[in-house]
Write a protein that binds this ligand. Structure first.
Ligand code: AFP
Length: 297
């Protein structure tokens, strides 16, 4: 079986970028081991005002420390840190944006959560998503998987007992599926969103939503359909973050033939003004997203 290192070599990935991807992927082991002793929810709030789980801060401190030491990274922007962090003495070629532990409210109930990472070349993190050099997520489910794109399709690897990531699927293509999951509270959904979800349901779409973006997206990547966290009445910006969640996941979706949108335009074309900026998100099968964008507001 092909390892992630072999895959990256075959794809002619630059060695620094390959090293960075492998270094991040290696952190799945320590993160998985840390779950058992970091089960509580901290009293602290993150920059978005959400309660932090111990694992949010543990994963953030752990990955940031490893990256800062690596010499490969110059800037780190994390969902769990208010400010962008400049790695001292680093002449690293890359800047990293990350949600160190996405879906952390599900830790207490042992559902799948993950780590989302986007990698840009150069010393800047306020970039359009379509400028990303690589995006990946680690999913801590029954297996630990790495879903990766370096801009030439999407590959899926599983972590074996010997610590190697083995290629399970190359060139993943997102089908035009019929699963949908939408966050937010139904009475607060906008008319456009309610109408669109109703039309998918009328066509036989089935609802599946766990509350972990990375896990909910993973099934859309494989089966096709729609993941949405929409604008709500009184909350036009939605809940999810453009830089840490939408851009890396959108890059992967697009590399698999899907799309990401805020409901009217491609989220990968938007230049963020702030790393913690939020956005409504629609990500999934290309046809579904295009139908949504064609609807009047
Ligand atoms: P964090 O656990 O990283 O804060 O992310 C949770 C999340 O942003 C995303 O993973 C989920 O899709 C969404 O929030 C779930 O929100 P609801 O609890 O409102 O459904």
């Amino acid at each position: 079986m092909i390892t992630v290192q072999e895959y990256l070599r075959e794809k002619n990935c630059e060695s620094d970028l390959a090293d960075l991807i492998c270094l991040i992927a290696e952190q799945a082991g320590p993160i998985r081991s840390a779950f058992i002793s970091n089960q509580r929810y901290a009293a602290s709030l993150n920059t978005s005002g959400e309660v932090q789980a111990e694992m949010d801060t543990w994963s953030d401190t752990h990955i940031s420390g490893i990256l800062a030491e690596s010499g490969l990274v110059s800037l780190i922007a994390s969902e769990e840190q208010e400010k962008v962090f400049a790695c001292r003495n680093s002449r690293g070629r890359y800047s990293v944006v990350m949600d160190p532990l996405d879906g952390s409210s599900l830790i207490a109930v042992n559902l799948a959560v993950g780590t989302i990472v986007g990698i840009y070349e150069g010393c800047s993190v306020l970039r359009k998503g379509n400028e990303m050099r690589a995006a990946l997520y680690l999913l801590y489910g029954p297996m630990t998987t790495l879903t990766l794109s370096i801009g030439s399709g999407v590959a899926l690897f599983s972590l074996a007992d010997d610590g190697r990531y083995l290629l399970m699927e190359d060139s993943i293509t997102m089908p035009e599926g019929t699963i949908y999951g939408s966050g937010g509270k139904r009475p607060e959904w906008t008319k456009k969103h309610s109408g669109f979800i109703a039309s998918l349901e009328d066509e036989g779409a089935k609802s599946r939503y766990s509350g972990s973006f990375v896990a909910d997206f993973h099934q859309i990547l494989k089966y096709g359909g729609l993941y949405a966290y929409p604008a709500a009445r009184g909350k036009p910006e939605g809940k999810l973050r453009l830089v840490f969640e939408a851009q890396p996941i959108g890059f992967l979706a697009e590399q698999a033939g899907g799309r990401i949108s805020n409901g009217s335009c491609d989220l990968l074309d938007i230049l963020p003004e702030d790393v913690h900026q939020k956005t409504p998100i629609y990500v999934g099968s290309r046809g579904i997203i295009e139908r949504l964008e064609a609807l009047p507001e």
